[in-house]
Design a binder for this molecule. Structure first.
Ligand SMILES: [Zn+2]
Length: 125
């Protein structure tokens, strides 16, 4: 049992299709010279999703999620960030990751029109 404030970064908590897609993405990014991205979150419980949804709405601070029904909950999504020397959410690097993910059939939050979320990646059925 994990707490709502605990972030799960374990790839094994995702469904096999998402694990495979994520590994392939990291391989392709590595080949393209992007060697400093890393996973910040994978699976989220419904309780944690509710907790995050409340941030910026019920609790103060910046809004971090747009839905109560995230595909993190369905074990199909993962979030990434960029390591040094770039900044954590370096736009140029994330744009390159998004275009590589598109070629692999992975959906990216960078393609959403209502609420752009570049570091978010997911597969669908
Ligand atoms: Zn996400």
């Amino acid at each position: 049992m994990t707490s709502v404030t605990t972030t799960c970064r374990d790839l094994a908590e995702l469904l096999p299709a998402a694990q495979t897609a994520c590994r392939l993405l990291f391989q392709e990014c590595f080949k393209a010279g992007i060697k400093n991205i890393f996973i910040t979150e994978t699976y989220r419980s419904q309780e944690r999703q509710k907790y995050l949804y409340a941030q910026g709405r019920i609790r103060p601070m910046q809004i971090v999620t747009w839905t109560l029904n995230s595909n993190h909950k369905s074990r199909l999504a993962w979030d990434i960030a960029v390591g040094p020397p770039q900044s954590l959410y370096d736009v140029a690097t994330l744009n390159r990751v998004v275009s590589i993910s598109k070629k692999l059939g992975i959906k990216s939050g960078g393609a959403w029109t209502n609420a752009i979320d570049q570091p978010h990646l997911n597969v669908t059925y």
